[in-house]
Design a protein around this ligand. Structure first.
Ligand code: SF4
Ligand code: SF4
Length: 457
């Protein structure tokens, strides 16, 4: 029998349940996690370089153990799905002081890493045992960042699988995200270095990896004697010009943005607690379209210009335009936009700032999705109770409810097909589908249509 005197803070629409109190054990799990971060912090002041294995395994081990224990106690032992409890009042999830501390901390870490990476030298030396094992050489600055990134996606990916375990789509998608980050973005590039092949992140290609479209990239790969170098040219060009249009035609942009891309992978795992913070304002939608298309135009024009300079000079070798554009793009778009604002401000601006406002890959995929794809989200308007869960948890800031209430299909360039709107809907209103293009954009049903229909009967 439920204890009627006990206050249950749950305001879940999906699953009213008795509040289970694991607060003591959960606090122990959080404490272990914090100890892990403390060990990691101490390591950067010197001990990490002196006792690399001890600090590497104790810090990452404690963080992993504490996080997974917390996941088990908090998510596995309670009903799956989103919990709306405290989401609009918590200091972490509702722009409170904890969110700001986290944003400043993440941003500060990224800025130091970019400009003053020598300050993290002891962390790089701490990582050497792993780096020698997988890459056959000592750690460089961005390799350390890559390990943290992959570790975050792995741990928080497990959390996402447990939290959304009622949804087969979310389980399979998150497994794919982890696979993509672990194998395509970390292990394969590391092994390429180990076997003295050109280093390549095989899940990135032009225009997201803008340098892959520049003449110098082709020149350096063509100079390599190995078969692998030739294969990487074929792989990169194939994905840009053949894979992208075909896969987006059949599946929408989700095949890349929500299944393969590391930026999307980080947003859907590490960023999951903050996905509700994406702005749903109309002005954001307007800014989004201007910004993302401007970045795409910049990339296309600058790539074309560099090829023009290379063609007129008769060489693929580095030229001032190539050098200058690589540097400025790397700083403005790669560092400031995707790094500092895109990731550092997860707790404040939501998780897909980069994907939504800046990613040139998302712009191309979105264009194909909007005008040529078979993908759409269908809505069963008659079942919608206007709870707003779908709009709240849409990381791309789409007002899903406004479509659902009118029974209108959602065919939006920005939708990354994460499926979270369907996963959090308590009425099963939304469905992600690939189907014939005819009738994809349907006529919405207005309230007056319904009233007139009733009166005509
Ligand atoms: S509309 Fe749904 S599937 Fe598309 S981005 Fe938003 S939550 Fe994800
Ligand atoms: S579509 Fe589902 S989640 Fe969205 S408002 Fe309607 S009932 Fe709520």
């Amino acid at each position: 029998m439920p204890d009627l005197n006990k206050v249950d803070p749950s305001i879940d629409l999906t699953s009213a349940h008795e509040h289970q109190d694991f607060s003591v054990l959960s606090k122990v799990a959080v404490a272990i996690m914090v100890i892990g971060f403390l060990i990691l912090s101490i390591a950067v002041f010197g001990p990490g370089a002196k006792y690399p294995k001890l600090f590497l395994f104790s810090s990452f081990g404690a963080i992993a153990f504490g996080s997974l224990a917390y996941t088990f106690l908090t998510y596995f032992l309670s009903p799956s799905g989103v919990k709306n409890n405290h989401i609009t009042t918590s200091a972490l999830t509702a722009h409170g002081w904890l969110a700001w501390i986290m944003a400043v901390g993440l941003t500060g870490f990224y800025v130091i890493h970019y400009w003053w990476s020598h300050l993290f030298e002891n962390w790089y030396r701490m990582m050497d045992p792993l780096s020698f094992y997988v890459r056959g050489k000592q750690t460089e600055d961005w390799i350390f960042y890559g390990v943290l990134y992959t570790f975050g996606v792995l741990i928080m990916g497990i959390r996402a699988i447990v939290k959304y375990r009622h949804s087969r789509y979310q389980i399979i998608r998150t497994c794919m995200v982890i696979f993509s980050q672990f194998f395509l973005a970390w292990l394969i590039p590391s092994l390429l270095v180990y076997f003295k092949e050109p280093e390549a992140y095989v899940n990135y290609f032009w225009p997201l990896s803008f340098k892959d479209g520049f003449p110098l990239h082709f020149q350096s790969l063509l100079q390599e004697p190995s078969i692998m170098a030739k294969f990487l040219i074929f792989w990169s060009l194939g994905l840009t010009f053949i894979g992208t249009p075909i896969l987006t035609y059949y599946f929408g942009k989700r095949w890349y943005c929500s299944w393969v891309c590391g930026c999307g992978g980080l947003a859907n795992t590490v960023g999951d607690p903050f996905r509700q913070n994406s702005s749903k304002k109309l002005i954001s939608w307007k800014i989004e379209r201007w910004m993302i298309n401007s970045v795409l135009i910049f990339i296309v024009v600058s790539t074309g210009y560099i090829w023009y300079v290379a063609a007129t000079a008769g060489t693929l070798k580095i030229n001032p335009a190539d050098h200058y554009l690589t540097k400025s793009y790397g700083f403005l778009i790669g560092m400031v936009f995707s790094g500092v604002v895109g990731t550092g401000f997860y707790p404040i601006l939501g998780t897909r700032v980069w994907c939504r406002f800046g990613c040139p890959q998302a712009a191309i995929l979105g264009f194909i999705q909007r005008f040529f794809s078979r993908f759409r989200i269908t809505t069963n308007g008659g079942q919608c109770i206007s709870c707003g869960n779908c709009s709240k948890y849409c990381e791309m800031g789409i007002d899903v409810r406004s479509y659902a209430e009118r029974g209108a299909n959602i065919v939006r360039a920005s939708c990354v097909g994460c499926g979270m709107c369907a996963t959090v809907c308590p009425r099963g209103v939304l469905n992600l589908e690939n189907g014939p293009r005819e009738g994809r954009i349907n006529k919405p049903v207005s309230l007056s249509d319904i009233i007139n229909f009733e009166e005509d009967k």
